[in-house]
Ligand binder design. Sequence first.
Ligand code: 13P
Length: 295
Amino acid sequence: MIVNLRDICAMAEQNNMAIASFNVPSFEALRAAIDVAEQTGYPVILSHAEGHEPFAPLDKIGPAMVALAERSSALLCVHLDHCEHLSYMRRALELGFTGAMFDGSFLPYEENVANSQRAAEMCAGFDCGLECELGSMGSREAGQRDEGGTAEESGAIYTDPDQAAEFVASTGTDILACSFGTVHGIYKGEPHLNFDVLTGIRSRVSVPLVMHGGSGVSDEDYAKAIDAGIRKINYYTYGVKYAGEAACGLMDKRRAKSSDAIVYWHDLTSAAYDRLVEDFTHVVKVFANGAQPLA
Ligand code: 13P
């Protein structure tokens, strides 16, 4: 069943939990995310990032995401992640996406506000929930996955709580992506989350808050972030890393037995799918933060 971004985040708010937003730029990831939502009963956000266009074109993956979400028994939002071009956002909305993120975090503040307002007008015309970002994660979702590092190294700028209040009021965004120490990609060392920044934003802003760079964080920090008001957690890099390792591990095992063993493509995609299901199942249960399944 397809759900609006606003409604899925409202469910998270009511239950003091966060919804996993999985980037699904492959059939295996899309299938795994939907299967985990159906098997666990927790809502899930299926995300397509504009930066993944080269290997998952919107006009191919988008209709698949919408059709599979519509016929699923699970509560699923179909969401556009890190969209930097309003023309691209319109294409996703015309396909039936029920959530969209306008990412103006790389723009000067005034331009970020102006473009986020345009995104809000466009989303209103399609009854689509809107996410905007203030502050910066540094490394972009479209960048190399191992660019991540630490928040300092990647040039992250923490969200300013007072500016966040002004930004939400000016743009009318439904949910707010904020920067408080997470980065996209692989962490070098332990991530250091700044919970003072997060609680500062939460005390000034009433819309649900979003954690980007959400994979690679400890289960303890997820729980602390959710208790401090995070309602959507974007998760990609570590899931695909584990899936890649599972596929390569299978190949190594077969080749160790016999150097001329044939490994078929579906052997690799199946190993990746199984590992994604295992990882996503763990993730949605941690993000549920003790809440019972909702479907
Ligand atoms: P990770 O790179 O930590 O998985 O974050 C993904 C993300 O924030 C997508 O928007």
